[in-house]
Design a protein around this ligand. Sequence first.
Ligand SMILES: [Zn+2]
Ligand SMILES: [Zn+2]
Length: 320
Amino acid sequence: MMDIVLHVADTYLFTPYIYPAEWAEDWWPRQLLSLFFLVNISGYALYLIFATLSYIFIYDKALLRHPRILENQIAKELWVACTSIPIMSIPTNLIFLAEVRGYSKLYDNVDEYGWGYLAFSAVFFLFFTDMCIYWIHRWLHHPLIYKYVHKPHHRWLVPTPFASHAFHPVDGFLQSSPYHMFIFLFPLHKMAYMGLFVFVNFWTISIHDGSYGVPDVFKPLVNGAAHHTDHHLFFNYNYGQFFTLWDRIGGSFRHPSSFEGTSPLDEVHQLDKKAAAAAAAVTTAVTTAGDKQPAASPSASAAGGEATSPSARARSKKVD
Ligand SMILES: [Zn+2]
Ligand SMILES: [Zn+2]
């Protein structure tokens, strides 16, 4: 796959404009340098474009009012992701170099294995990598490893789409390694690999977008945002990437809270309702008390404990 990308970049950019003429196109240091450039550009582009689109069109901004959202969380997520991508790309580039130099089982011609195999290999790719990611991810939660590698990704208890690539570089590389492993083990058509590569980036964003809806038929099978939201909240459940299969086999499946009406978004709506009720109670108390009881403290009204917390007060201000 990367040989095609590299060829296009060589033809239209690197050879005519960038590299000295004596650097042959198949000289491996030049290939590695080109890959570093291309992988970073495409990594940033996939992340920033898809995460921004998801944030604008899919993510419910009410989630930003959840009490467990960090201050400036999006800026923090962006910082972690953008500083990790170039470091993550170093081992990734070495694997792409091996691929470009012909060591993988990627193939060009559909006739080599036929259309049936092509369709099967795309589905098998998802199942195989889902299995590997499940076990890698579960291992990353081992107490001896967790705090060094995986903890940064769990700073986001209620993630936004920008959390999708916000990993420690080692974590990000390990969790993407099954995609690279696959093409050295099983034949896969280059175009299918390119499509799948874009899809897995897209999927990683989609499980962080807080949009829990999936068609009913897929609900028991597909590991979506509903499941991954609970992974961020409750840690030792729903480690899967695409399917719930391995969580069921491994005994780590947790029925998503959003299917029960207790998702973080439901919590925000609940808190909004409480804050609105508290604000209404204060208004009623003030109006009925008239000017006989000046400077009555709002928190002393019958609003309940929740309304006295600073976050609830901030929320009730916004509701007003
Ligand atoms: Zn995790
Ligand atoms: Zn996550």
